[in-house]
Design a protein around this ligand. Structure first.
Ligand SMILES: NC(=O)c1ccc[n+]([C@@H]2O[C@H](COP(=O)([O-])OP(=O)(O)OC[C@H]3O[C@@H](n4cnc5c(N)ncnc54)[C@H](O)[C@@H]3O)[C@@H](O)[C@H]2O)c1
Length: 250
């Protein structure tokens, strides 16, 4: 068990990628804080982990609210006695063109996708530092943070920010033995904000299949385990190799 006696927060753990990470971490021995704003989804994941012999608890939290983030970190430490791992997974997409998006929609996407990982990292790191045992943080970016798109103007901008947030966090938290990295997925499971998984989802990558949540969960597990001890401030593409392909190349 690679995460025995450790405590992990997974945000957006009620569905898809976060759900799979929460379940995999629990299988590896971690006690998991299943953080989501949707109670039914979060409780379903929590119940499944506990029924399988793991340890999990639901924490309802809208990650766009700083006070709810503080309360969540405090509650996790109070309930489990420590905090070792933070997965900043939650995101929403605007799917909007520049001329269609309102400032309120832009602000909401940035609050959830970029400000929330910063704030969660801040309060989680404070808890790790106070306990003097270090920790690991994994942020979830996207290939949308590397490339422009014809829609999702706010999401693509915020996801680019997540990559450099990762680098600065890695530098600023290194003195406290907190390793920070990020994963860069492309087309994993259902699209962001959607329930349905379409196995026929069109993909262009070197593996000729859409990614599945377990593909990303395994990469997250690697980045929070001791096996990645020498890896900090980096981005790990989990995209079937699609970012390696130049459009129009041969
Ligand atoms: N699905 C993909 O193909 C894909 C591709 C690239 C990147 N990603 C990234 O992977 C991560 C997970 O994506 P996903 O597709 O699993 O997402 P999802 O939409 O399936 O699940 C997100 C979860 O977050 C919860 N949530 C939404 N807003 C919240 C808020 N304000 N506070 C708390 N919880 C909230 C939802 O209830 C849901 O359970 C995201 O960071 C996303 O950008 C996903």
């Amino acid at each position: 068990m690679r995460l025995a006696n450790q405590v992990a927060i997974v945000t957006g753990a009620g569905r898809n990628i976060g759900e799979e990470a929460a379940k995999l971490f629990a299988q590896e021995g971690a006690a998991v804080a299943v953080v989501d704003m949707d109670k039914v989804r979060a409780d379903t994941v929590t119940d499944a982990i506990n029924a399988a012999g793991g340890k999990a608890k639901t924490y309802l939290c809208d990650v766009s609210d700083e006070n709810q983030i503080i309360a969540t970190v405090d509650a996790v430490v109070a309930d489990f006695g420590r905090l070792d791992i933070l997965i900043n997974n939650v995101a929403i997409s605007d799917n909007k063109h520049l001329f269609d998006i309102t400032k309120a929609e832009w602000d909401r996407v940035f609050a959830v996708c970029l400000t929330a990982p910063m704030l969660f990292s801040k309060y989680a790191a404070k808890a790790m530092i106070a306990a003097k045992h270090g920790g690991k943080i994994v942020n979830v970016s996207s290939t949308s943070g590397h490339y422009g798109r014809g829609r999702a103007i706010a999401y693509t901008s915020a996801k680019a920010g997540v990559i450099n947030l990762t680098r600065s966090l890695a530098i600023q938290l290194a003195p406290y033995d907190i390793r920070v990295n990020c994963v860069v997925p492309n087309k994993i499971g259902s699209p962001v904000g959607k329930d349905e998984f379409n196995p026929d989802r069109k993909v262009l990558n070197l593996r000729n299949r859409p990614g599945e949540p377990i593909d990303l969960a395994r990469a997250m597990l690697f980045l929070v385990s001791d096996e990645s001890d020498f890896i900090a401030g980096t981005e790990l593409f989990v995209d079937g190799g699609c970012a390696a392909m130049m459009p129009g190349g041969d």
